[in-house]
Design a protein around this ligand. Structure first.
Ligand SMILES: Nc1ncnc2c1ncn2[C@@H]1O[C@H](COP(=O)(O)OP(=O)(O)OP(=O)(O)O)[C@@H](O)[C@H]1O
Ligand SMILES: [Mg+2]
Length: 281
């Protein structure tokens, strides 16, 4: 094959990490109900990839298959090069220790204090003495912007924003390379939501995390995503930066990205020249 002419080639694309997650031709059915029918999706190291789609489009089911909580009907899934659905229990556990999960709704154990919720994944490892586990859990608590004063509170005594932060601290307990966040800002007021977004940004920068996030919230989506994957018609319609995704001609994309609310969020991404930037010196 002749070599490509060097003078006319485009500048190299920014370095993209290797794929951390590879989903190929995934099919998922419950009886006759089809959820996924040929889903393809790669997630690259270091990126924030957001998954959007209508309610019931299969976002959570996709995530549950990626982490090995549910088996695909057919197709293949690889995370860090391994198929979670074809591993022995001990191998699957070792793989699971490389990611953290924040479930839809937060899902803290109501009978456990904040610190015990965060310490749980560490205790399950059975590899560390309890004083070290408590120190590590306290560190995670501080990492998500809470303090030692919150350690002994019970989940029922926390605000919605605090519940999300504790759930995130628990997801980070094993110092994962990859985190899955299912609707992390759902139900938060705008200020709590902005605070959470800033926290994810900071953690991602400091820890070099790869983040897979499911969200309905456009402000969160715009503020955090490197790429957005749109789940509709049982497939991933597009997985690209928001600017490209909005150009895809599909009713869900029109409705989701081109409505009035969406336009406001998109303006935050590309402020009009000369527009005042509130809050800046
Ligand atoms: N265990 C199950 N058995 C049968 N059907 C299921 C099961 N789990 C999920 N489903 C169905 O799969 C479809 C996709 O569900 P999923 O929870 O992934 O939706 P979602 O996109 O996360 O929605 P939402 O935005 O409301 O969270 C739904 O129709 C749901 O009823
Ligand atoms: Mg869901």
């Amino acid at each position: 094959m002749p070599a490509a002419p060097t003078t006319l080639t485009a500048p190299p694309a920014p370095a993209r990490g290797d794929p951390v997650i590879e989903v190929h031709d995934l099919v998922k059915r419950y009886g006759k109900a089809v959820v996924h029918d040929g889903v393809n999706l790669d997630v690259y190291r270091g990126e924030v990839l957001s998954i959007v789609g209508g309610s019931g489009s299969g976002k959570t089911v996709l995530l549950r298959q990626i982490v090995g909580l549910e088996r695909p009907t057919s197709g293949s899934i690889r995370v860090f090069g391994e198929d979670p659905n074809h591993l022995k229990p001990a191998q699957l556990q070792a793989l699971r220790n490389r990611w953290g999960l924040q479930f839809q709704g937060g899902a803290l154990f109501s009978a456990l204090s904040v610190i015990d919720n965060i310490a749980l994944p560490l205790r399950e490892l059975r590899a560390l003495p309890d004083n070290l586990i408590c120190q590590a859990a306290l560190l995670k608590l501080q990492m998500v912007g809470l303090s030692a004063r919150d350690a002994d509170k019970m989940p029922a005594d926390l605000s919605g924003g605090m519940v999300k932060r504790v759930a995130l601290a628990r997801a980070l307990a094993l110092e994962p390379e990859l985190v899955f966040l299912d609707e992390p800002t759902a139900g938060l007021d705008p200020m709590a939501s902005d605070g959470y977004v800033a926290l994810i940004r900071e953690l991602r920068r400091e820890l070099g995390l790869t983040v897979v996030m499911i969200t309905h919230d456009l402000d969160t989506l715009v503020a955090l995503s490197d790429r957005v994957a749109v789940l509709a018609d049982h497939k991933v319609l597009a997985a690209a930066p928001i600017d490209e995704v909005v150009k895809v001609d599909h009713p869900f994309i029109h409705e989701y990205f081109l409505g009035e609310r969406a336009q406001r969020a998109m303006q935050a991404l590309h402020p009009a020249p000369g527009a005042a930037q509130s809050g800046e010196a």
